[in-house]
Ligand binder design. Structure first.
Ligand code: CO
Length: 220
């Protein structure tokens, strides 16, 4: 059976199961969405946003790309943030990276993958910014894990610096941007202590998160 047939068969079973639990589910959702969260995560197939935080369709607005990168000129990501903040009025933006990220590993190793290398230059910018910190780790896996964390922290900073989030804060909209990391080895999310709300100093939050990262590493 061709692959897409299996997926459509899965879809029918899934929709039946949802309707059995709540006959009005799809009818209600078709009128509007009112998610509370915007998730910015990696495109990796092992990190499906809804599933890992146990949310149903309609509960989380999602943007995913390779290595969960937020670039100030990326019209795609900026549009998602704008719609989420201005139209859907989400109160929480979560940047969630993951350990074992192929994009981060490739950036760290400077390996050639093709076009995606250009995208991963943004992760290499993060790497260069924290070169001294990364150089303290002898083990390549440890370095990759640290870069996954640093990448999340830097992307949270990038979200906070967008005119969209700055304007939301200026007009008094409650909005918090936070950084998390997911471990594909145990399915658990860790809070990276990177949390920025209206009136918070982004630089201070970043220093706090870097200190928390160092403390976690010291504990082993
Ligand atoms: Co990834």
């Amino acid at each position: 059976m061709p692959q897409q047939h299996r997926l459509i068969a899965n879809n029918r079973r899934w929709a039946d199961k949802i309707r059995a639990a709540d006959p009005e589910f799809f009818a209600k959702l078709s009128h509007q969405q009112s998610p509370e969260f915007l998730w910015i995560g990696c495109a990796d197939s092992r990190v499906p946003a809804n599933e890992i935080v146990g949310l149903m369709p309609g509960e989380i607005f999602v943007h995913r790309n390779v290595a969960n990168v937020v670039v100030h000129t990326d019209l795609n990501c900026l549009s998602v943030i704008q719609y989420a903040v201005d139209v859907l009025n989400v109160n929480d933006i979560i940047v969630c990276g993951h350990y074992g990220c192929g994009g981060v590993t490739a950036a760290l190793a400077n390996s050639r993958q093709g076009l995606v290398d250009n995208w991963l230059r943004h992760v290499q910018d993060v790497m260069r910014r924290h070169e001294a910190l990364l150089a303290q780790l002898a083990d390549a896996t440890d370095r990759a894990r640290l870069l996954c964390e640093l990448n999340v922290i830097e992307q949270v900073v990038n979200v906070c610096q967008t005119t969209l989030v700055q304007s939301a804060w200026d007009r008094g909209q409650p909005l918090t941007v936070r950084g998390w990391i997911y471990d594909i080895a145990d399915g658990l999310i860790q809070d990276l202590s990177m949390k920025v709300g209206r009136g918070d100093d982004v630089g201070q939050a970043q220093r706090g998160a870097l200190a928390a990262t160092a403390a976690r590493r010291a504990r082993g």
